[in-house]
Design a protein around this ligand. Structure first.
Ligand code: MLT
Ligand code: MN
Ligand code: ZN
Length: 300
């Protein structure tokens, strides 16, 4: 399987359009040691020809212009795109706003849970709006209530077997049930390549890493997980993102894993690991953990 990191920043991107902190200023100036990052999304393929987007970032238009493999090929049918499906891990704005950028194409084959579908038809009415453009074909990922794992395939990527696994994180702020998070608000994806045997765990949002998460993470050759905050932002109790540092933080959790690649993604512009010369970045790297950058390609 081929994994392409389209965007590696959290909501707002890096630099964030409204932030004048030293870090955002540095990257805006093009200083050495930090790279511009767009908002989080992956593309996934088995043959390099047909791709699934995992989340649709508000920066999708820019991301598609950067990557020739995701663009229509000369000689192909007019208006044919290599993007064959979109899988959503949540309905957070930074994971879904890019759906609007796909409206000129054919109906979107969209894979998401009932919670995410509900949010996108009520609190944020993207899907009804898209019915007036390309239309959306919803493929249900039955993660809801007592059902915490759903096994599924994408027709266009038959070599890959997916599991959507419920994880704990905050419901979107606009959600009608924002105060009452539910199973299916967020899923992690566990993807097995049935030919190579390699396995990927992807969770750009993780509020905690407990036994359930570790059960899946331990089996993966590559884990790509929530790298939002170095430490919990002051005053924001329950940001919905497990910080890296601390006894029960992400570094400690990842250190228990044997995965070949451990990669942080969805990194907030306030996170010091974005600076390649920072002590925090060195600490992460000392633990064998990588910091994703836009355009990172992983062959599994
Ligand atoms: C988050 O990751 O916490 C959300 O993207 C926040 C947001 O949607 O603004
Ligand atoms: Mn986010
Ligand atoms: Zn900043």
């Amino acid at each position: 399987m081929k994994v392409l990191v389209l965007g590696s920043a959290a909501g707002g991107g890096y630099p964030s359009w409204n932030c004048a902190c030293a870090s955002c200023e540095r990257v805006r100036r093009g200083a050495a040691g930090s790279a511009v990052r767009t908002q989080s999304s992956l593309a996934l393929s088995s043959d390099g020809k047909r791709w699934a987007l995992i989340n649709a970032s508000p920066d999708l238009g820019q991301q598609l212009r950067e990557h020739a493999v995701l663009q229509p090929h000369a000689g192909a049918e007019p208006r044919e795109s290599p993007i064959a499906a979109v899988v959503l891990t949540s309905a957070q704005i930074d994971h879904v706003a890019g759906l609007l950028s796909l409206r000129e194409g054919p109906p979107i084959d969209l894979y998401c849970t009932p919670c995410v579908f509900d949010d996108l038809t009520t609190g944020l009415t993207l899907l009804p709006a898209l019915q007036h453009y390309c239309g959306v074909r919803w493929h249900l990922l039955p993660v809801a209530g007592d059902a915490t794992v759903a096994d599924f395939r994408l027709e266009v990527l038959p070599q890959l077997r997916f599991h959507a696994v419920a994880i704990r994180a905050l419901a979107p702020r606009y959600s009608l049930h924002a105060q009452d998070p539910a199973i299916g608000d967020h899923v992690a994806l566990f993807v097995q390549d049935l030919e190579t045997g390699s396995q990927l765990y992807f969770a750009p949002t993780l509020a905690q890493v407990g036994e359930t998460e570790l059960h899946w993470m331990r089996r993966a050759d590559c884990v790509i997980v929530d790298g939002t905050y170095w430490e919990s932002p002051e005053g924001a109790s329950g940001s919905g993102h497990l910080p890296q540092t601390g006894r029960d933080g992400m570094i400690a959790a990842l250190s228990t894993l044997k995965a070949r690649r451990k990669i942080l993604v969805h990194i907030h512009n306030s996170n010091p690991i974005l600076d390649e010369f920072s002590e925090e970045r060195r600490e992460v790297e000392r633990h064998g953990i990588e910091v994703a950058r836009d355009g990172l390609e992983i062959q599994l």
